[in-house]
Each structure stands twice: as structure tokens, then as C-alpha cells.
Design a binder for this molecule. Sequence first.
Ligand SMILES: Nc1nc2c(ncn2[C@@H]2O[C@H](COP(=O)(O)OP(=O)(O)OP(=O)(O)O)[C@@H](O)[C@H]2O)c(=O)[nH]1
Length: 397
Amino acid sequence: MASTSAPLPGQSGHPSQPVAVVCVGMAGSGKTTFMQQINAHLHRKKDPPYVINLDPAVLHAPFESNIDIRDSVNYKEVMKQYNLGPNGGILTSLNLFATKIDQVLGLLEKRTTPDPENPARKPINHILVDTPGQIEVFVWSASGTILLESLASSFPTVIAYIIDTPRSSSTSTFMSNMLYACSILYKTKLPMILVFNKADVKDPSFAKEWMTDYDAFQTALSQDENRNAFGGQEGGEGGGVGSGYMGSLLNSMSMVLEEFYEHLSVVGVSSLMGTGIDEFFEAVQEKAEEFRRDYQPELEKKREEREESKKKAREKELDKMMKGMSMAGDSSAAPALTDIKEDDNGLVSASDSDDDDDINDDEMDREGLQARYEAATASDSTMADASFAKYLYTQQK
Ligand SMILES: Nc1nc2c(ncn2[C@@H]2O[C@H](COP(=O)(O)OP(=O)(O)OP(=O)(O)O)[C@@H](O)[C@H]2O)c(=O)[nH]1
């Protein structure tokens, strides 16, 4: 771990590259309180962050957001117009917002680079993102993926998974939380910090021990089994200690998750008291380095692969045209080829070819997604666009 005098995240060897911290956690885990605490911490360090709220249903946010989804999408109106329940309303609001991601990235890029016209304005080093408590709506939705991938393609991005420590003190609730974290890690493919919150109520050292010492978890598991913490009446021979199924499942899971634990940073904080925040930012710095070292090359590789696929698709189309022309044996093909080259876009986007391959399918999928988003926002575009334009205007002032 770095010392407390270490440079702030985003400054270590990369003075102009900020770090995006996306806070994810179950409802009531203390996400919003945590966001408020880290926001205040950075303000105290005279390094104010750029704050984005992606929770359209939050009634009261105790911190000011630079970009707030509620300014561009009216969650209640979305529920009414589309006849949706609360989760559907959040999902549709995120979908509407995701159509504006380019504008959001434009603003972020502007605020993270020095402004020649206003040299006194310091570029920001941290982007803090608050997300809805309905984790699955954000992490497992197409719009959540678009928002996260877009962010990660522009800035080192770290997930902070907030855990309610007092509610994770039994081996079964702890394991449920770890499995959830594991699924988020594999879905987002971004470096993750486990933030054990509410350390003022329950010291999270037990969790750190369970993650590093297999025997310690086994001992706790036996204790939970002995006091029938898993419930279940079917354990005849066990005399009321359950069937043993839960114990053996948790035992197996703890072995499986050993490797997963190695990829995580773990910090204990109290968002209420403000303890552990320095340690959290040290972990952010570590994970940002990890992002640059391990994730960024992978992202760039994928981007290059996509570009290469597109190039191959174009070449294939061109090759087909050339073959078609030479088979026709028409000596006037050369001037026609010049015409085709000039009309390059039309040629590349020809979609009614007989042997469309996976690459073209990919492109069409993307276009289809775009079209679906446009269709989804069409009836609401006036409201969303007008409001978004208003907040973009206030942001740029
Ligand atoms: N004791 C203690 N309470 C905390 C801490 N952090 C948050 N809380 C309390 O936990 C409750 C939930 O906190 P929030 O910050 O609203 O949680 P959230 O995850 O944003 O909840 P949603 O908005 O429903 O997603 C509140 O009553 C907070 O005061 C902490 O570190 N210690």
C-alpha cells in the first residue's frame, strides 16, 4: 500500500488522466453517504471531483452533482408514460440517458483537460459516479454496460462495491455478498475495491480475515452451523443443525472464491464518521494503476480487433466488387472502379449481400441497438432533449 503522502489517484505518473470511481452497492449499504464522504474529502484536499448521479429515483442527494440524470430524465414521468413499475422506470430512464453518453463524455473530456482560455481552472482528477441501489438494473442492463464501457474507454475506471458490514457478519450473508461482487467483477471486467462500510457499527477485520485465511472462514462456518444459523429442520442426525447442505455449499464456495479474492482491494470505512477514506483513495490509486497495466491494453486490443474486423469487411466487399467486374470482362471497369472508390461509404455499407458474415452482423447489431434506442427515445425526445440541453448549458457556463 502507498503511504498517505502518496500522490492522489490520477496523478501517479499520469498527471492529466483522471480516475473514474463508480459506486455500486445494494440499497441501504450506504452508497450515497459514502459518495458524500469521498466528495467532501476531495473538496477538503482542494481537489474537487466531477460528480455524476445515475440514480433517477433518488429523492434527496446530500451532495451536488455536476451531471444529474434527474435533470435530463423525469423518472416519474417515464413510469407514467411507459406504464412501468419502479425498476422498469429506472431502467428506461438509464436507457434514455445512455443515448446522451457522447455529450457526457464530451463534457468530461473538456473538464479533465487544461483550458487554454482559462488557465486558472484546474483540470479535475476524479470522476465520482453514484448508481441506483437496484444493482442488477445498472450492472446487467445494456444501458449500464454502454455507460460503463464508454467511461472505461476514456478514463481509468474503478468499481467501488459498497458492502453493509453489520449485515454481512454471518458466513452465509458474507458469501452472498461476495458472490454478488464476483458477478459484478466478471460482468464489468473492471478493477474492483470492496468497501466494507459502517465500520463504526461492526469492525470489518473479520471479513478481511475470512478472505485471506481459509481456516478462519471454516471455523466461523462451523460456529454458524452449530448454532443453527442456516435454519433447516431436516438434519435428523444433526439434532436441529440443518441438513448440512448450506455448510458444504459455503465451504465449496469459499474455495472457489479464493482466486477471486486475490483480484480485489479491501478497505473498511465508516461513511458516517469519515474513517478509512485515505485508505480507500490509496486503493483507488492501486486499482487505477492496475487498470492502466492490465485492463487498458486489453481494451485497446479489443478496439484494434474491432477496427481490423471492419477493415477486413471493407476489403472483402471491395474484393467482391473487383471480382465481379473482372468476371464481366468489361474493359471499362477501371473508370467504374474509380467511381466506386469515390462512393466508398455506399459500397461498404451495402447490407444485402448474399454472404454477410459475423463481422457485418456485429455492425448491424450495433446499428439495430442504436435504432432501438432512437425508437425508445422518440416519443420522449422533446422532454429529454430540452432538459438535457438545459443542463448542458448550465454545465458549460
Ligand atoms: N452507522 C452507520 N450508518 C451508515 C453509514 N453509512 C450509511 N449509513 C446509514 O445507512 C442508511 C443508508 O444509507 P444511504 O447512504 O442512504 O444508502 P444507499 O446505499 O445510498 O441507499 P439507496 O439510496 O437506497 O440505494 C442511512 O440511514 C445512513 O445514515 C456508516 O458508515 N455507519
